[in-house]
Design a protein around this ligand. Structure first.
Ligand code: AOS
Ligand code: ZN
Ligand code: ZN
Length: 388
């Protein structure tokens, strides 16, 4: 039997980080649909992130993206976040939007471009110093479009050199999370295409180099929960970029496409001891809300992660082990599915009430009038969207 008060205690401690870029306008390469009331500045993005925490109680940090969230004074931005009841989380770098990066950033054949890209990564660590952030999230769009375009092996050397320089610069209590992605924007070869490549670079450098699993960055059918179990066992799972994919890197709401997969992932996190905040596994969202309201989309996503986590915590470990050891395939599977098929919404509603929150965060947010207020206020100026 699973102790539900222990499950609630664990859920109360959960921390899910929302990304600043989820609050701004975003879209596909075909169209960015502008929405009313979106933030005009990084300060306003933090205001919106604070609303997600206000109504869910489990989203106390917001990731920033440089230069989309460039400000003159990052300590002041961190103080602004604290004032709003949240903190700045991971600092995300951007070495993919300058013309200079046409042939890559840190793996570019031109040493001057490589120096520029590395400079940006090192500047991001300065920002972490100012904001008190622990994590630097590194995603590289680097790769090639055509066979023979550049030397695959030399590009790995360049990648290793840049990562070593960043690693060297990290202070105490700081680490980098190295993301991988199967393809896009490079279509033939990506320099960090999978967890194995990220993992190998991290292992060479040391414990402050960790792998981040973006759930949308795999080929269809990939067993992501196996990757999670493996990385946790090796002490190299730095965190997640949660989102859903139907086709490629869709960045849709986590748990929307395949809640069962999310449950299986969260089960491996719990099983591998990666759930407690002090183990350093960061639960981050990496999503864009192109057609739906953004703050509500983030609230819904946080709730989806909570639901999958609750189900994972409800797996009866003793019964599962007994069935596994007895080789009882169907019983073991049934124990697993019992947890997945549990409706955890009443448990989460109860937990929220115990935390002094409204049991239905979406309804509470809608009733709060926040959207109407910011829609009226934020009428002037350029919206701070993806790529702004
Ligand atoms: C890109 O595909 C990666 O998922 C990045 O983590 C992230 O989405 C990007 O840096 C922000 O749009
Ligand atoms: Zn990502
Ligand atoms: Zn992505």
């Amino acid at each position: 039997m699973v102790d539900t008060s222990a499950v609630k205690g664990a859920l109360r401690r959960q921390q899910i980080e929302t990304p600043s870029w989820a609050y701004g306008n975003s879209g596909t390469r075909f169209k960015v649909f502008a929405q009313e009331g979106v933030p005009r500045t990084p300060w306003e993005k933090i205001d919106d992130a604070a609303q997600v925490h206000r109504f869910t109680g489990v989203a106390p940090t917001v990731a920033v993206h440089i230069p989309w969230d460039r400000v003159d004074d990052y300590a002041a931005l961190a103080a602004h976040a604290e004032e709003r009841g949240v903190r700045i989380g991971a600092v995300n770098t951007n070495v993919f939007q300058d013309d200079d990066y046409r042939l890559g950033s840190v793996t570019n054949p031109d040493p001057a471009v490589r120096r520029k890209a590395l400079g940006h990564l090192l500047d991001a660590v300065d920002i972490m110093d100012a904001t008190g952030s622990r994590d630097l999230k590194l995603w590289f769009s680097d790769g090639t479009n055509y066979p023979g375009q550049d030397d695959v092996r030399t590009r790995q050397d360049r990648m290793a050199e840049a990562l070593a320089a960043v690693y060297e610069r990290l202070g105490d209590g700081q680490r980098f999370l190295l993301e991988y992605k199967l393809f896009e924007p490079a279509f033939y070869m990506t320099d960090l295409p999978d967890w194995g490549a990220s993992y190998a670079h991290c292992v060479k450098l040391g414990p402050k180099a960790q792998v981040v699993v973006d759930t949308g960055h795999h080929a269809p059918g990939t067993n992501i929960e196996f990757i999670v179990a493996f990385l946790l066992r090796e002490g190299r799972l730095g965190g997640f970029d949660f989102n859903s994919r139907f086709y490629a890197d869709d960045d849709l709401m986590v748990g929307a496409a395949d809640p069962f997969q999310l449950f299986r992932i969260m089960y491996e996190v719990v099983r591998g001891g990666g759930y407690d905040p002090d183990t350093g596994v960061a639960f981050m969202l990496d999503q864009c809300h192109n057609i739906e309201p953004k703050i509500q989309g983030q609230i819904r996503s946080v709730m989806n992660v909570q639901e999958a986590t609750a189900k994972a915590l409800l797996v009866d470990g003793d019964a599962l082990r007994a069935a596994q050891e007895a080789g009882d395939v169907l019983d073991a599977n049934a124990v697993f599915m019992d947890a997945y098929n549990t409706d955890v919404r009443p448990l989460l509603a109860e937990l929220r009430e115990e935390m002094g929150l409204h049991p239905d965060p979406v309804a509470a947010y809608r009733a709060s009038g926040y959207f109407e207020k910011v829609r009226a206020e934020r009428t002037a100026g350029q919206a701070a969207g993806w790529g702004a």
